[in-house]
Write a new protein. Structure first.
Ligand code: DGL
Length: 267
């Protein structure tokens, strides 16, 4: 049976994971759901996030996916068990993959408020690397600014400098991009950080885990990367999503609007 991957996120963030997968595995069949009617997830309560995860994963299951990729740290941190219960197929997440990529002893984590409050990154890193110093920083302004397409604005630069300050003051050696939206900010973050600080994108660990599902990697250059077998869906603003996706995927994708019961009720 040909694998069909089901990706989900609150918006464009999960595309950073999708792109890494396409780069490593060539054309894969997949369905991507950006729950743009409810972005951002990261400022919501744990019960809300768990309800959303149940509904979104239930929808992916109805579409016939054979593996679910949680391309969203917030649901991964708070609702991994919910996703596993709903999916009926294997579920792949980011947080364990990121913890496995840690090499140093002083690690910063940038993530949404809900992810930081869950303590999931700290627990996962400390379990694999006892004695490691983990400094987490909630970044509530990043996702709303990224979803408005303001990734090169002075405003996001100021916000980023403030978020990084305590991590730099504690001399972190590595920083985990603990929200899938944040790889879109790598040029800005690189500009604000000393070259010695390594950035960890958990998506790279996820793509390796997918070797077990997709087989031997078939690396694909950026220019050859194609989306022909990917169905991109959102719960609101298909046009705006397509525009923002274009700058990350290299071409404007076709995007379909879908209705999930509670997202259209404005939950
Ligand atoms: N990109 C998601 C994450 O990795 C969700 C961000 C949000 O909607 O707040 O956490």
């Amino acid at each position: 049976m040909t694998p069909v991957l089901g990706f989900f996120d609150s918006g464009v963030g999960g595309l950073t994971v999708l792109r890494r997968v396409l780069e490593r595995h060539g054309p894969v069949r997949c369905i991507y759901l950006g729950d743009t009617a409810r972005v951002p997830y990261g400022s919501r309560s744990a019960p809300e996030i768990r309800l959303i995860a149940a509904e979104v994963v239930g929808w992916l299951r109805q579409q016939g996916v054979t593996t679910v990729v949680m391309a969203c740290n917030t649901t991964n941190a708070l609702a991994r068990d919910v996703a596993e219960g709903q999916a009926g197929v294997p579920v792949i997440g980011l947080i364990g993959a990121a913890a496995a990529m840690v090499r140093e002893q002083r690690v910063g984590v940038l993530a949404t408020p809900a992810t930081v409050e869950s303590g999931a990154y700290r627990a996962s890193i400390e379990a694999l690397h006892p004695g490691c110093l983990v400094l987490e920083r909630a970044c509530p302004d990043f996702v709303p600014l990224i979803e408005q397409g303001l990734i090169a604005s002075d405003q996001i630069r100021r916000v980023a400098a403030a978020y990084l300050e305590p991590l730099l003051a504690s001399s972190v050696e590595e920083i985990i991009l603990g929200c899938t939206h944040y790889p879109l900010l790598v040029p800005l973050l690189r500009d604000l950080l000393p070259p010695s600080v390594r950035l960890i994108d958990p998506a790279l660990g996820v793509t390796q885990q997918l070797d077990a599902v997709l087989g031997k990697p078939q690396p694909c250059s950026e220019s050859a990367m194609h989306l022909d077998h990917c169905r991109l869906c959102v719960t609101a603003d298909a046009e705006g999503f397509a525009e923002r996706a274009a700058s990350w995927l290299g071409k404007r994708p076709a995007v379909r609007l879908v209705h999930l019961r509670s997202s259209s009720e404005g939950h």
